[in-house]
Write a protein that binds this ligand. Sequence first.
Ligand code: BDP
Length: 714
Amino acid sequence: MKKWIVVIIGIMLFNSVSAENGYDLWLRYKVTDNAVLLQQYRQQITGINCTCSDGKLLAAQQELQQGLTGLLGKNVPLQKLVTNGTVMLGTPAQLPFIKKSVGENTLTGLGDEGYLIRSIRHEGKNIILITGNKEAGILYGAFHFLRLLQMQQPIAQLNISSTPAIKLRLLNHWDNLNRTVERGYAGGSIWDWQRLPGYRDQRYYDYARANASIGINGTVLTNVNANAMILTEPWLQKVAALAAIFRQYNIKVYLTARFSAPVEIGNLKTADPLNEEVRKWWKDKADEIYSIIPDFGGFLVKANSEGQPGPQNYQRTHADGANMLADAVAPHNGIVMWRAFVYSNESPEDRFKQAYNEFKPLDGQFRKNVLVQVKNGPIDFQPREPFHPLFGAMPQTPLMMEYQLTQEYMGFATHLVYEAPLFTEVLNADTHTKPNGSTVAQIIDGTADGHSLSGMAGVSNIGSDINWTGHPFGQANWYTLGRLAWNPALTPAQIANEWIRQTFTNKKAFVDTVQQMMLASREIMVNYMTPLGLHHIMGYGHHYGPAPWYNKAPRADWNPVYFHRADSTGIGFNRTASGSNALAQYQPAVRRQYENIATCPEELLLWFHHVPWDHKMKSGKTLWEEMCEKYYRGVDSVRWMQRSWSRLKNYIDEERFKQIEQLLGIQEQEAVWWRNACLLYFQTFSGKPIPAKYEKPDRTLEYYMELNFPYAPH
Ligand code: BDP
């Protein structure tokens, strides 16, 4: 009887330990489940030595102690004296022996945020040294060290050094002051403005830890469709409370600046950037902000786009607007990130071309502390876009990358889509703007044009859901942003591998299967949503589901029909010289490749060409047959993901297993919806049958066209 009770209690305990809700992200620090390795780790790591009382070093020490204690399954103490197996933290200024042991040159190369992790002999003991010129580097080094253990890597002979390639590694929250999140699918905003500054939620600390662990060093707290109120004193006090928490994790806060703020909250008659009173208002505002938040990062601005106010309201240029703000924050070393996502309400010009047309002529006119933030593609975060033609076109201006982590156009927080392949596809694209290499990565990391300011931002997918991102795999996209901004040369496979091992388990069968799913998932989504270069054919407003037929938006370039241009002769947007000639915005080498239908990559075909339905594709199929093939393959591949996942039940906790299983189920239904709706609609133009070998759509086009979703999140 007693025995049974013990067993039952044991099972209950085991289950409660193993249930996971995803809150811990990739920082789970579970005890190493490889007995041999665990034994080794316990010998190799005996304690932590750190002369740290506050700030980033203290954060590093706390994280190490928490992490190592978890991973080793025993208390890892703080030590005053070093012993064999001490993990020692400190800067060369604190620990003079480091300079001799490591060498000046190595240290110089680390910059302000880089780190070194080395197994060395010190005072006759074998220790592990984690150092950097500044405390921030040590914090990042501590997280790297923990990652090694979480990934069950050997730590006997460590000699690791790392520095970030990109300076500003940022999240952009599209969070409103009422706690709704624009394009947010993971609950409300995590910023509890009402209870700030007095109440400091544990979430803020865990958010900061997660970001620091992947190298993210800045966060824009507020929506680009900005509210001027955030710039008033009571709200700045709330921001200051967050900044105080984040500072310890080397994270600066930034805010979005509403261009009309001087009128809305400053009682001025104008927001003209050349008006002296306006300029003074912003200078005073910046001084006030910095008096409250001394390390405030600066402003992110969306101006004269989608109805937002901007300098053009006063016949001034984007450079005039950006420079005014840049002058205001410059005395405090602040920066301005001015977004290039602009297209005018009036212009009949192809929307693809408008950002380039606006910004290229301004190259050279921006202040030194301005970056122009450019979305990865020319339209708007579509499942696949060609790289934005501005990359490489403004050599005198640091261009910052803007990706979208939140899956506005990629199935919300319901579809499993790993975005790293999308991100790296853009980074690796060659702009051909320099003879010796000018990939997008080289443009944005500043090396192509010798800029010391550089940046990469991701529009956050974080919300108040217990697992932060709604879909457990959304966490991988957040993870990717940080890792890629640190090192744009990492591959999607490397990043996925790291993330899976830390987030779920190191068991090979699980890691291999999930890695395959993740790497394939982006192309799978392209196939069932927008194959062959289709783009912007989703539902109007909320952007949920397919609506290629939609043509009632208040502006032409919000309508799917504007983008796909299907008719009885074919489909696609002619952006060659005989069409909108958007291709002229690329360098000749790129332009020539894309404008020739024979050399244009088929995955981008309908971005640039209006193609006859009978056009012969490389496969030998007609365009119509190929399109059917892609849509059907997309759905089949989701089913393959479902089958793959169903085999993994015994590898992880039931909670997350079931969540993902259910989400894949919805993804399958929605993939079928996309496939059927798009093919039935395009069929009305192609006039051709869906080949008989495929399963028949089980609904009519009318059915799909009548669906409507008044409460879909947007
Ligand atoms: C679009 C979104 C919209 C954003 C806009 C932007 O639909 O909600 O405000 O981009 O980036 O993707 O400014």
